[in-house]
Design a protein around this ligand. Sequence first.
Ligand SMILES: NC(=O)c1ccc[n+]([C@@H]2O[C@H](COP(=O)([O-])OP(=O)(O)OC[C@H]3O[C@@H](n4cnc5c(N)ncnc54)[C@H](OP(=O)(O)O)[C@@H]3O)[C@@H](O)[C@H]2O)c1
Length: 275
Amino acid sequence: MNETKIGFIGGGNMARSLIGGLVADGVAPQRLWVAEPDAGRRAELAAQFGIHITGGNSDLVQAVDAVVLAVKPQQMKDVCGEIAATVQARRPLLISIAAGIRLATLQQWLGGEPALVRTMPNTPALVQCGATALYATPQVNNTQREVAEGIMRAVGLTLWLADEDQMDAVTALSGSGPAYFFLVMEAMQQAGVQLGLTAESARLLTLQTAFGAAKMALESREEAATLRRQVTSPGGTTERAIGILQQGELEALFARALSGARDRSRELATLLGNS
Ligand SMILES: NC(=O)c1ccc[n+]([C@@H]2O[C@H](COP(=O)([O-])OP(=O)(O)OC[C@H]3O[C@@H](n4cnc5c(N)ncnc54)[C@H](OP(=O)(O)O)[C@@H]3O)[C@@H](O)[C@H]2O)c1
């Protein structure tokens, strides 16, 4: 990882976060490249981080050891077509962060048998608190796995999957998951206002409670269910509220919501693969 040259195709939000995270982790800007069609965005990235910039995707593939494919899923087919010949000649490590594009699809667009890692990050990566699942093709060696993991760790937690099919479940859980928590926050804020709090008080108390609960759960060795029981005294206020949520079948609702998201992820991956 120490000497690996890393390039990003697409200099948008995710690339900027990853580059920011890598530079903050002590990666020398001279080891980082970005290829981005928008000249203004290129100049901004160069000024902010002091990294190499280029307008040419194939030039970038020529220059680096690991390429992060950081364009939108709909842009990926064109990008793969453009770099395919250079990838086959140089055989760099390729890391896709695009939601919903299967490795078989990328392999088909790139040709040959490239060393490919598919990842599924989530939006909190933009504030270096992401959760990213990774899956690698057999062509990826251990050093390359460490490189891919090191890049994604710059924006949060990483974990490897045993099976690519699990990416659809990851998409349903952590990929779409931030929105579920935002919805719960909205609902709690509204309920707080209905109980007579000001909107600002309800907002601040909700957000700090969400942050505090997540921090406690992350720092504790106990399961979430145990932590919940520990703050639920018999006959108390929490017990009354949890009882009402469970009567409304909250767990079953989450199970249905996540399997709906998982099914949609499969459908979208098939659509993208056939595009
Ligand atoms: N943002 C998230 O929270 C998040 C979470 C999980 C996964 N992802 C994945 O991360 C990827 C990037 O997302 P993002 O939010 O960073 O998108 P973004 O901000 O739109 O960044 C994509 C960048 O790629 C550029 N681009 C377009 N066509 C290109 C080409 N042919 N060659 C090189 N660069 C090209 C775009 O330029 P133009 O704007 O001019 O088109 C844009 O600057 C997506 O595939 C997404 O699925 C993002």
